[in-house]
Design a protein around this ligand. Structure first.
Ligand code: SF4
Length: 149
C-alpha cells in the first residue's frame, strides 16, 4: 500500500495517491446497492454537502477540465454543480471520497467511519503535504482548485 509518508514527491503528482485511495475504497467489502437516484447529490434534500480535502479537489478539478469546463455553474435545483442535466455525475470517475462512501438508506447507508478511517487519514495527510487547510465544501474546494491554473 502506498502511504503518503512513502511517497517520494506527492506534490509532483498528488493524483497518484488520490487514485490509490479511491481504488482502495472500491476493494473494501462493503456491499451497497446504489440505484443512481442521486438523492445524495441534491444537497438541500440530503441535508449535507460533501467536504473535500485539497487532493480530492485537485483531482475533481481535473475531471471538470476533462469535461471541457473551466468553472462551476450553480445547478438550477440547488444540487451539486457537478450533477448533469441528465441526472448523472459529470465527473463520475473523479468524484470525491464522500461520494464514494456516503450512500442513502435505500442503498445501504453510509460507510461506517471505522471501515475507512485509515483512508481518511491518508486524505488528511495528503492535504497537509499539499498545503491545504482541511476539508472544504465541494463547490468552494473545486472552484478554488480550478482557479489555480
Ligand atoms: S460530485 Fe458527482 S456524485 Fe458527488 S455529489 Fe456531485 S454530482 Fe453527486
Amino acid at each position: 500500500m502506498l502511504t503518503p509518508r512513502r511517497m517520494k514527491n506527492p506534490k509532483a503528482d498528488p493524483h497518484i495517491e488520490i487514485k490509490a485511495i479511491y481504488a482502495e475504497v472500491e476493494r473494501r467489502p462493503l456491499p451497497r446497492q446504489c440505484a443512481m437516484r442521486t438523492g445524495c447529490c441534491h444537497f438541500r434534500l440530503a441535508g449535507h454537502t460533501p467536504l473535500l480535502t485539497r487532493g480530492e479537489a485537485l483531482y475533481a478539478a481535473q475531471g471538470v477540465r476533462a469535461s471541457g469546463r473551466k468553472a462551476l455553474k450553480p445547478h438550477p435545483d440547488g444540487a451539486c454543480p457537478l450533477l448533469g442535466r441528465d441526472g448523472r455525475c459529470t465527473i463520475y470517475t473523479h468524484r470525491p471520497f464522500g461520494c464514494r462512501t456516503h450512500f442513502c438508506a435505500e442503498a445501504g447507508g453510509m460507510y461506517p467511519r471505522k471501515h475507512v478511517a485509515d483512508l481518511i487519514q491518508r486524505l488528511e495527510a495528503l492535504d497537509e503535504q499539499l498545503g491545504g487547510s482541511g476539508s472544504r465544501p465541494l463547490e468552494a474546494a473545486v472552484s478554488a482548485a480550478l482557479a489555480e491554473k
